[in-house]
Design a protein around this ligand. Structure first.
Ligand SMILES: *[C@@H]1O[C@H](CO)[C@@H](O)[C@H](O)[C@H]1NC(C)=O
Ligand SMILES: *[C@@H]1O[C@H](CO)[C@@H](O)[C@H](O)[C@H]1NC(C)=O
Ligand SMILES: *[C@@H]1O[C@H](CO)[C@@H](O)[C@H](O)[C@H]1NC(C)=O
Ligand SMILES: *[C@@H]1O[C@H](CO)[C@@H](O)[C@H](O)[C@H]1NC(C)=O
Ligand SMILES: *[C@@H]1O[C@H](CO)[C@@H](O)[C@H](O)[C@H]1NC(C)=O
Ligand SMILES: [Cu+2]
Length: 588
């Protein structure tokens, strides 16, 4: 293991035009004491045993999960990745960071940049302009599911305070976990017949869970991999002192499952969602969809020494996936998992409970953070997209499609394709804005064959866009949650509605008073979700289901705007080199 080369307060070297952009933004935003936060991340396969079952994962500086990055609002992050994996390219996405003025640093393979190849290094350089709870994760293939992620926390500058009080804080990344390698899982999804990844073997808190090794047949190769006394799968412990209040930051990097988090005997006051403070509300269980982050306040005001932290599957039949367990430990008492029953939230199919909770999120009236804009309810909506999400087939392969197009990334990054106007780097025909008005969402598609595409929804800077995501059933007419994540922008959540979206009546139900601003939103079974956002950050930005296996099957689109501005500022050559960008260097 190599120690991360951490340096703070270093001087800014004007290496790229892009950095000048960052510096300008910095000066404009008036972050007086901004510093440069640098890290060196060496990426390699490492042996891990998150749930007692040894497995090769993608580690950073020899560890899994990756190190927590901490910075102050306004800081410039300069994170250099060195790829030591001989057989895989890598990229890193900074989830929830809008990349204002640095679209090339968003870390999405096929959209923002070329993958970082074996033996190569690449530096991400961007400003963290908003305080909050974020995370970073690989965005090439399904590498997030291979353990390639970590936390990113942005603090308020000294002297500024959140509109809530706490004495200490903790961070827990939650995840669902499989024993089979991602390449095997991906191959199954692409196969005919389709082989689904199935239920997770475990649920992890901060990279720790527990698989029942006695269930593994002895004298099999699997038995050698499973060791219940391996200390790497000792439960995660959250230490508290009685009488104090803690800010618990949570993030879900789950590949498939919607999750629900509980603390035995304790209520949680939800105060932050996806980097925005929200109107506080109390709950005894918290739904977390993949891609979401939260802060909850927990008062350590109970007698006793140890309480369960519990994580359960929501939204899809879990076939008894065991509760992921951690421990809330008081006053340094001896740590032990309580013998009380594991905490359980609502039943997996209690969607009404999830909808009630989703509707509790409201924007804070007086938000001290000016980057959390309130919705201008008089703003003219310049375009409305109604995106129907269906499961269909492409020459026998199961796919997810948006308005009858399954997104198939091409090898040239879309941003470079647009900036350099490279013919053939994406489909120039724009994908459809609307679903067919007479579409029956309560039945599988009448014609299951879909179309493969790499088109881009192009907008003008300043456009205000409403996007309706219409969820329906899969090929078996089973409808599930899909959490949607937007890169480069936050959006207002205007509302959720059951059934089919009606352009005439549904908008009347929108919350235009205090919609929360977020970058992630769930859709519920046979229901629609409406969001609005302003295109004010030039670049090419994916909008996709955050379920790793769904995006792999084409459940996403790309939005772009302001390419002239990106072109004027320039993108670094380090993001080029693959696909049709090779022609820019006149390679033979
Ligand atoms: C673990 O698996 C064994 C064998 O299947 C079973 O007897 C035991 O009850 C399980 N333990 C737990 C805690 O589930
Ligand atoms: C299981 O892990 C413990 C603790 O690391 C170690 O002492 C023990 O030898 C391991 N057992 C096997 C069978 O590898
Ligand atoms: C992009 O290239 C095409 C030809 O491939 C040309 O017709 C078009 O005008 C170019 N667009 C811009 C913005 O340069
Ligand atoms: C699909 O499921 C929905 C919701 O359960 C149901 O109302 C509908 O009748 C089903 N459609 C078919 C064709 O089975
Ligand atoms: C989707 O596209 C396929 C292939 O072009 C076509 O056969 C089918 O009718 C389309 N479905 C809808 C609902 O438009
Ligand atoms: Cu999905």
């Amino acid at each position: 293991m190599t120690a991360a080369g951490y340096r703070a307060g270093g001087s800014i070297t004007m290496r790229w035009a892009a950095l000048c952009v960052v510096a300008t933004v910095l000066a404009l935003a008036g972050f007086a004491n901004a510093k440069v936060v640098e890290h060196d991340f060496e990426v390699a396969y490492v042996d891990a045993a998150p749930d007692c079952y040894a497995k090769t994962v993608i580690g950073i500086n020899g560890v899994y999960p990756g190190p927590t990055i901490r910075a102050v609002q306004g800081d410039i992050l300069k994170i250099t990745f060195h790829n030591y994996i001989a057989t895989e390219g890598i990229t890193m996405h900074w989830h929830g960071i809008r990349q204002v003025g640095s679209a090339w640093a968003d870390g999405t393979a096929a959209v923002a940049q070329c993958p970082i190849l074996y033996g190569e290094s690449f530096t991400y350089e961007f400003i963290v302009d908003r305080p909050g709870t974020y995370f970073y994760h690989g965005h090439f293939g399904s590498q997030r599911a291979a353990g390639f992620y970590g936390a990113l926390i942005v603090d308020l500058p000294a002297g500024k305070h959140e509109p809530y009080h706490y004495d200490g804080e903790h961070m827990i990344i939650v995840n669902d976990w499989w024993h089979r390698p991602i390449v095997t899982q991906e191959q199954g999804l692409e196969a005919i017949p389709f082989k689904f990844v199935g239920d997770p073997q475990s649920l992890l808190l901060e990279g720790r869970g527990r698989y029942n090794c006695s269930a593994v047949p002895t004298y099999t190769p699997a038995a050698i991999s499973c060791n219940q006394t391996d200390e790497r799968c000792a439960p995660h412990v959250m230490k508290v002192e009685r009488g104090k209040t803690y800010r618990l930051r949570l993030a879900s990097v789950a590949s498939l499952s919607s999750l629900n988090f509980k603390i035995e005997g304790h209520k949680m006051k939800v105060v932050e969602a996806d980097g925005h403070n929200v109107q506080p509300f109390w709950t005894d269980n918290l739904d977390l969809y993949s891609g979401e982050t939260y802060s909850v306040l927990v008062s350590a005001n109970m007698p006793g020494d140890n309480y369960h932290l519990g994580l359960n599957v929501r939204g899809r039949e879990d076939h008894n996936v065991p509760t992921g367990l951690g421990i809330l430990n008081y006053n340094n008492a001896p740590v032990r998992q309580p013998s009380t029953p594991a905490p359980k939230g609502p039943a997996w199919d209690d969607f009404e409970a999830s909808k009630r909770q989703a509707r509790k999120y409201k924007a804070l009236k007086h938000n001290p953070d000016p980057t959390s804009h309130a919705l201008d309810r008089h703003a003219k909506v310049t375009r409305t997209l109604i995106l129907l999400t269906t499961q269909q087939k492409l020459k026998g392969h199961i796919k997810w499609a948006i308005n009858n197009v399954t997104y198939a990334p091409l090898p040239t990054p879309v941003l470079a394709g647009l900036v350099y106007n490279i013919s053939g780097s994406y489909d120039t025909a724009p994908p459809p804005d609307k679903m067919p008005a007479d579409y029956n969402i309560y039945a599988p598609p009448p014609v299951t064959e879909t179309n493969k595409g790499s088109g881009v929804y192009q907008f003008k800077t300043g456009d205000v866009v409403d996007v309706i995501i219409q969820n329906c059933g899969n090929l078996q007419n089973i409808s599930e949650n899909h959490p949607w994540h937007l890169h480069g922008h936050d959006f207002w959540i205007l509302g959720y509605g059951d059934g089919k979206y009606d352009p005439k009546t549904s908008p009347k139900t929108f919350n235009l008073k205090n919609p929360p601003m977020r970058n992630n939103v769930p859709t519920f079974p046979f229901a629609w979700t409406a969001i609005r956002f302003k295109l004010d950050n030039p670049g090419a930005w994916p909008f996709h289901c955050h379920i790793e296996w769904h995006v792999h099957l084409g459940m996403g689109v790309v939005f772009a705007h302001g390419i002239e501005e990106v072109r004027a500022k320039g993108i670094p050559n380090s993001v080029l080199g693959c696909g049709l960008t090779k022609q820019l260097f006149k390679l033979r």
